[in-house]
Design a protein around this ligand. Structure first.
Ligand code: C2E
Ligand code: CA
Ligand code: CA
Length: 549
């Protein structure tokens, strides 16, 4: 076969191949440097026609200066007879003047004497392939950047960048599995899309985040859009007869007010999203100085926490808050609560530093330290009070560690403490994950009790109470706060008590601060109460002095 068969005559096989793919399939008669390119490539790069003679010169004029060496070296290798395979990536300028990355793969046929003959292969347009996120079908983060840069070049447009993140998305992955999580992302992206006005476009960013670009817009419009999204995701959703609950947080930065390059604007939108999440999620924040300060503070605190951990947990301390019998007001046990201070910021609230420990993974060593301290303290106090119960908070990250349960078992054994004196507290949204039922059974299997913490604030499904293998339910203090005014809260508590007692689960009410509040709840048949009325969290020695001596 000669070059005419391949290049100049109509070749149905070539036509069929070209139609079957987005890639550019090319053929070349090497000795004469004549190429046949598909029409799609001619269009994209404004080539003079499908058949190009002197192709090296025509094509190389479109290749990026920085990539030319690579490109020619690959050709030289073939000419020198070093290889028959061509495999190179480079940038070329398309008809819009944009640089697109191309990956070129080819194979050269030689005759029996080793002389080059036909050369054929595939060019993949990475620039185009990389635009789309396959899971959601949305444009991806690369395109997000390209579009923002386009707007920034056109200086008379303003634009707002809104980054949305699903709250506690990992719970959904835990609750079912990754495929289900992927579906949730897909459905969520579709729902958000239907709520957007025509000047907005949506992109899939990394993980559970979406980016929205709003051209010629203002903060009011962003607030308006967010309000719609928030109300859409306020309720439990159902997919494939599985129920899930997932709110959405947002962070927004404004061009040109907050910055004038992509990196700055995107970073500030991300900081604002983070800020929304640490302020209780399910909310929108606009970038401002305060957010920047908060971010710098978090970064500094992370370094100081790391230092504390490395210095043998210096500046960490456990405080203990009493839990009393709801009827007799007698001491039953305590909850261990972590405290941390530093020279720069004084005492920092656990609400602020625990998420930072979780983010950085430092919660693993710190969590072990907490558990050991709490077990040792409990052991000491049993001498004074043989029925004492010690509650310890666990973070979901600790349980993801494979050996955490056997670790707890070992610590109890080393300290010669019966496991029945320990209760581990896990938050409600975490316990609701059915996939974890097995983990809880294993915890209970070594004799430790499990408490469902902050009940009523998260995944508020009463079904959880029937299926979750908890020994104790702790009703969040939000329900006590308004109990004097709200009959709903009082009814809610009574209802939970009845439901739990039905399945032999005990109830602890958190946050009782006044006698008035206690009077409201004392006949509700609660088991335990934990609140300032009966004692604030205290250092170990003070607790011992106050309750046990
Ligand atoms: P939590 O587990 O719900 O702990 C109860 C929180 O409510 C404590 O705040 C306690 O001081 C507070 N509290 C108790 N009674 C009352 C009351 O009557 N009124 C009011 N206003 N507040 C009351 P704290 O110590 O600031 O801890 C906050 C959160 O930090 C904890 O919430 C828990 O989620 C986390 N945390 C604390 N220590 C640890 C720990 O050792 N490990 C882990 N993983 N998380 C911890
Ligand atoms: Ca707790
Ligand atoms: Ca709690």
């Amino acid at each position: 076969m000669d070059k005419d068969d391949f290049i100049f005559r109509k070749n149905p096989l070539y036509d069929a191949l070209v139609r079957s793919t987005d890639d550019y399939i090319y053929m070349c008669y090497w000795p004469e440097n004549i190429f046949l390119f598909p029409q799609t490539m001619v269009d994209e790069f404004n080539l003079p026609g499908q058949i190009i003679e002197d192709a090296d010169n025509v094509w190389s004029s479109l290749i990026h200066e920085d990539d030319k060496d690579n490109f020619f070296k690959a050709i030289l290798d073939i000419n020198n007879g070093n290889t028959n395979i061509h495999n190179v990536e480079y940038r070329a300028k398309n008809k819009h003047g944009e640089w697109v990355w191309l990956r070129c793969r080819g194979y050269l046929e030689r005759d029996i004497n080793g002389n080059p003959g036909l050369f054929a292969g595939i060019i993949t347009n990475l620039g185009r392939k990389n635009k789309i996120d396959h899971m959601t079908g949305l444009f991806n983060k690369f395109e997000f950047e390209v579009q923002i840069n386009n707007i920034l070049l056109n200086s008379d447009l303003n634009c707002l960048i809104l980054v949305l993140g699903l709250d506690d998305f990992r719970h959904i992955n835990d609750l079912y599995n990754r495929e289900f999580g992927d579906e949730v992302l897909r459905i969520t992206s579709q729902k958000i899309q239907t709520l957007l006005p025509s000047n907005a476009s949506i992109y899939r960013l990394d993980g559970d985040e979406f980016g929205i670009i709003l051209k010629n817009s203002d903060e009011n419009q962003v607030k308006d859009i967010y309000k719609k999204i928030k109300s859409e995701f306020q309720h439990q959703q159902i997919y494939n007869s599985h129920k899930y609950y997932c709110t959405i947080s947002g962070g927004c930065s404004v061009y040109p007010k907050d910055g004038n390059d992509f990196m700055t604007l995107f970073k500030f939108a991300e900081y604002s999203l983070e800020y929304s999440k640490t302020r209780g999620k399910n909310r929108l924040s606009f970038y401002d100085n305060n957010i920047m300060k908060q971010k710098s503070r978090s970064l500094e605190i992370i370094e100081l926490l790391r230092e504390s951990v490395e210095n043998n947990f210096e500046n960490f301390e456990l405080y203990y808050q009493s839990q009393v019998d709801a009827e007799t007001r007698q001491l039953k046990g305590s909850e261990a609560l972590l405290r941390w201070k530093c020279k720069e910021y004084g005492s920092v609230s656990p609400v602020e530093f625990i998420p930072l420990l979780e983010q950085t993974g430092l919660i693993i060593p710190v969590g072990k330290w907490i558990f050991e301290q709490a077990v040792k303290t409990c052991k000491e106090w049993l001498d004074k009070y043989p029925y004492f119960m010690m509650n310890v908070n666990l973070s979901y990250i600790q349980l993801a560690e494979d050996d955490f349960i056997s670790y707890m078992k070992d610590v109890l054994k080393e300290n010669d403490l019966a496991p029945s004196h320990i209760v581990v507290e896990l938050t409600e949204s975490y316990i609701a994950s059915s996939g974890l039922a097995e983990t809880f059974e294993r915890i209970r299997g070594i004799g430790i009790q499990v408490a469902m913490d902050d009940f009523g604030t998260g995944y508020s499904s009463l079904e959880v109470l029937k299926t979750a293998p908890a020994d104790i339910v702790k009703i969040d203090r939000a329900f006590v706060k308004d109990i004097l005014k709200s009959t709903f809260d009082a009814t809610f508590i009574k209802f939970i008590v009845a439901l739990c007692h039905d399945v032999s689960v005990k109830i602890c009410l958190e946050g009782v601060e006044t006698e008035e509040e206690y009077n409201m709840v004392k006949d509700m048949k609660l088991d335990l109460i934990q609140g300032y009325l009966f004692g604030k969290p205290l250092p170990k020695s003070v607790f011992l002095e106050k309750y046990l001596n």
